[in-house]
Design a protein around this ligand. Structure first.
Ligand SMILES: Cc1ncc(COP(=O)(O)O)c(C=O)c1O
Length: 448
């Protein structure tokens, strides 16, 4: 037993016990009993002082690392100056300045507007509401496997297993998302996978189910994240864009996890050389503070639908967002995502050669997924092993998430190659333990 396994967890256990007594399980997706004590850079400490490397990065919502001095100073200055204000009733400059910045960053030579909220779910909810009204067409197409949020509207456009409650949405049709590792139509070449998905969308869905002239928009993630970092083949989005243009359908991207350097570009859709009509933004947008936004064509956003939240566009979050954007550009966080993300991917691909549990390694920049399988040939999903692996990594000092059978890696964009090496060593050791059956399954009892 090494130092990490024999660590003292008394305070951790006591806080976990209190959490279990009063916080509902309906907000929890807990793969291990980690309790946060403090955080700095790319590292976390539990209340007992044990240190962990963080590959979760708050689901991608802490892009500049925990406690980046400039983001922290901006937050404190904004608390002293603006504190909280209802943007819905009057104006504050941080929101105006941030909206100007977003209009600038979002590519497209057309009139644009910005909307602000609090979380990714409310941004996608807003888009699901305004798009049909703005276009005068009642229907929407979105994707099987998409995760757009947990409100009724954002849940309705999602096609994800996490949305298990009855949610209305008869006007929304779900299309297959091209997944070269698990093509809906069986094993195929990635380019062909795209064409099959597109053909089904054109000839079946946009013809018989959601007729093209009744379809307002297609909603997509540029990389389908919560379904396992599925990167569509390069030919998919350009062809989808063409199809949309042919029928006057807007193409709306959920860039909540993928924007602001995470994949190596400002927006994920830019990898595919196409234009979006609107995007939903959140997670990294606030630099670690709650904030969401929609930026897009004025034709979509400038409609007579009143949707505002009391604390939407919070001045502290708008200020930390502006500070984060400065840091992102000056420290070239997108460049670091390409460098360290590329390094991590290469090392994980090497690791795959000697670890049969690893079926696929994929992603762009610092949005990476490792899909676990019971057999590399049959590709049968190893979902319980993913949960075991997340727990074992936690025991050894690495925090990360698993969605289904895919391990998700979304660390702060400030991670170095040295941090990556440390985390990789833990990951490989945990993997070897799970492959060798060195894990007591009773540890998973009562989790999530
Ligand atoms: C792609 C995507 N869209 C929307 C959401 C919802 O964002 P939030 O949890 O901030 O409401 C998430 C959250 O995981 C997400 O990954």
């Amino acid at each position: 037993m090494d130092a990490h396994e024999s660590r003292d967890l008394r305070l951790t256990r006591e806080i976990a016990r209190r959490d279990g007594a009063v916080i509902t399980k309906s907000l929890k997706y807990r793969l291990y009993p980690f309790v946060l004590g403090r955080a700095e850079g790319v590292r976390l400490w539990d209340p007992d002082g044990n240190e962990y490397l963080d590959w979760m990065g708050c689901g991608g919502a802490v892009p500049a690392g925990y406690g980046h001095p400039e983001v922290r100073d901006a937050a404190i200055a904004a608390i002293d100056k603006e504190y909280a204000h209802p943007l819905v009733c009057y104006i504050h400059e941080p929101a105006v300045e941030l909206a100007e910045k977003l209009v600038d960053l979002f590519p497209g030579d057309f009139d644009k507007k910005v909307w602000f909220g609090v979380s990714g779910s409310d941004a996608m909810d807003y888009l699901a509401k305004v798009v049909p009204v703005a276009s005068g067409r009642p229907r929407i197409v979105s994707f099987i496997g998409a995760f757009h949020g947990m409100t009724i509207g954002s849940g309705a456009i999602s096609g994800h297993g996490a949305l298990s409650t009855p949610i209305p949405g008869g006007h929304i049709t779900k299309a297959p998302y091209p997944n070269p590792y698990r093509c809906t139509w069986g094993p195929c070449d990635p380019q062909e996978c795209s064409l099959r998905c597109l053909d089904f969308l054109r000839t079946e869905l946009l013809t018989n189910v959601s007729p093209a002239d009744e379809t307002a928009a297609i909603f997509a993630e540029s990389i389908q994240s919560d379904s396992g970092e599925i990167v569509p083949p390069d030919n998919y989005f350009p062809a989808l864009r063409e199809l949309c243009d042919e029928h006057g359908i807007w193409l709306v991207f959920d860039e909540i996890k993928t924007a602001f350097g995470r994949t190596g570009r400002m927006f994920g859709f830019e990898h595919f050389g196409i234009q979006a009509d609107a995007v939903g933004l959140a997670k990294p947008l606030g630099g670690g503070f709650p904030l969401s936004a929609v930026v897009g064509r004025s034709a979509i956003l400038e409609v007579d639908i009143y949707t505002a939240y009391t604390l939407g566009g919070h001045p502290v979050s708008c200020t930390t967002s502006l500070a984060f954007m400065e840091v992102m550009q000056r420290e070239d966080l997108a460049g670091n995502a390409v460098d360290v993300g590329g390094y991590l991917k290469e090392k994980l691909l090497e690791m795959k050669r000697s670890h049969p549990l690893m079926g696929d390694v994929r992603g762009k920049g610092l949005l990476l997924g490792v899909e676990l399988v019971t057999d590399q040939q049959t590709r049968e999903p190893a979902t319980t092993d993913a949960h075991r692996l997340a727990y074992r990594c936690f025991e050894l000092g690495l925090i990360l998430l698993a969605f289904g059978n895919v391990m998700e890696i979304t660390p702060p964009l400030t991670i170095t190659r040295g941090d990556a090496d440390e985390a990789l060593a833990i990951f490989e050791r945990a993997l070897a333990d799970i492959e060798a059956g060195r894990f007591d399954d009773s540890k998973l009892d009562g989790l999530h």
